[in-house]
Design a protein around this ligand. Structure first.
Ligand SMILES: Cc1ncc(COP(=O)(O)O)c(C=O)c1O
Length: 371
């Protein structure tokens, strides 16, 4: 038996979601964010599909993720958002690094000189996210300095929103205004075209003024909105996570289930054991609160989720047998467990549900259009 659950990834859903983004942003170039193994969906397969469907760029967090895509034969432009260490790989694998500090800029320029070549880069400015990017009073001079460094060609300018998912737009507007001010300053001193981008999924959904030259969606591509209650847009969740019932036990009333005895059977009970636990990305915070789908019906998780096993109460489920399919995320019959639902119960966000479950599960791909 293999460990963990199976994540079924629907590539046509990803194509549909990309199409939805394209329509919203009126065919601006799309930088598809496929970091963290495409939010747990498998970056190679997802990237191939996104390229086929017309994404202009891919974006990853670190060089190693980009190299994995290059090794899989992907030749599309790849932007490396955060890496400042693996600089030779930027050259060796034809990547577009994002420069977010002066040391990295100098190191890139030095290696470009050594290699007698030049490299296209994007520069990140911190407009208020407080994470990465050039900032402070030296920012305008720093940008000019980078633009004059030998071997470096600035072809993009970017920033990232801190809270574009809030209905209160004031901070996002402040960040956008800052971005424009800095951009206008730099455009005076840099020749050539510069692609500006700042919009993540939340901004794509609600903040047209932030579309700029290109947009950078992540979560939307995988079928979820960061604004949980914006049901206006038709997105299709691409990940379904399923397992099978390992064993079914008939247990008497008053029997404690799992560590800590947090659930005690109240009646003669039929308890199903699932071969999936928190080591497979099914958070222990879902103990005694999540539901799964069996035979198209909701069934509660009972007792604490263990490292490798989870217990469900099948007492009210008829015709259920060992080996039957159990859906822990996604649709079965007429019902669905969404990443929003699991995120609420685990006190987190859909991003973490997808990356945790996806990265620990064996993947199967379906593609309705090409199968
Ligand atoms: C720099 C950057 N751009 C874009 C994105 C995509 O954001 P989202 O998944 O909310 O669309 C992320 C995600 O974390 C990011 O870090």
């Amino acid at each position: 038996m293999h460990r963990g659950a199976v994540a079924e990834i629907n590539l046509s859903a990803i194509a549909h979601n990309l199409e939805t983004v394209k329509k919203i942003v009126q065919n601006r170039p799309i930088i598809s964010v496929v970091k963290a193994d495409a939010y747990g969906h498998g970056s190679v397969e997802v990237s191939k599909k996104l390229i086929k469907e017309g994404t202009s760029y891919l974006a990853v967090a670190f060089s190693s993720e980009a190299i994995q895509l290059r090794d899989a034969g992907i030749t599309a432009p790849i932007i490396v958002l955060f890496d400042s260490e693996d600089i030779t790989s930027f050259f060796d694998f034809n990547l577009i690094p994002v420069i977010h500090n002066m040391n990295t800029a100098s190191a890139i320029s030095r290696i470009a000189r050594e290699k007698r070549t030049s490299i296209k880069v994007h520069v990140k400015i911190d407009t208020g996210m407080g994470r990465l990017g050039l900032s402070g009073t030296s920012l305008p001079e720093d940008l000019v300095k980078i633009s004059k460094m030998e071997g470096i060609e600035i072809c993009g300018l970017m920033s990232h929103f801190s809270d574009a998912d809030l209905s209160d737009r004031s901070y996002a507007l402040f960040q956008l205004e800052r971005f424009h001010t800095i951009k206008e300053g730099i455009f005076k001193s840099i020749k050539g075209t510069i692609l500006t981008h700042i919009a993540n999924s939340a901004a794509i959904l609600t903040f047209g003024a932030a579309y700029l030259d290109a947009v950078r969606p992540g979560l939307m591509l995988y079928g979820y909105s960061p604004l949980q209650h914006s049901a206006l847009i038709s997105l299709m969740p691409a990940m379904k996570v399923k397992t099978r019932i390992l064993t079914i036990r008939n247990l008497p009333p008053n029997l404690p289930i799992s560590y800590g005895r947090t659930f005690i059977t109240r009646r003669q009970s039929k308890i199903g054991i699932l071969p999936v636990g928190y080591a497979d990305g099914y958070s222990r915070l879902l103990s005694n609160s999540a539901e799964v789908l069996v035979k198209g019906r909701r069934v509660p998780v009972v007792g604490r989720i263990c490292m490798d096993l989870t217990m469900i109460d099948l007492t009210d489920t008829e015709d259920v047998s060992e080996g039957d399919e159990v859906v822990i995320l996604g649709e079965q019959g007429n019902d669905a467990i969404t990443a929003y639902e699991l995120a609420d119960k685990a006190k987190t966000i859909p991003y973490e549900i997808l990356t945790s479950l996806g990265s620990h599960s064996r993947k199967q791909y379906i593609d309705v259009q090409t199968d």
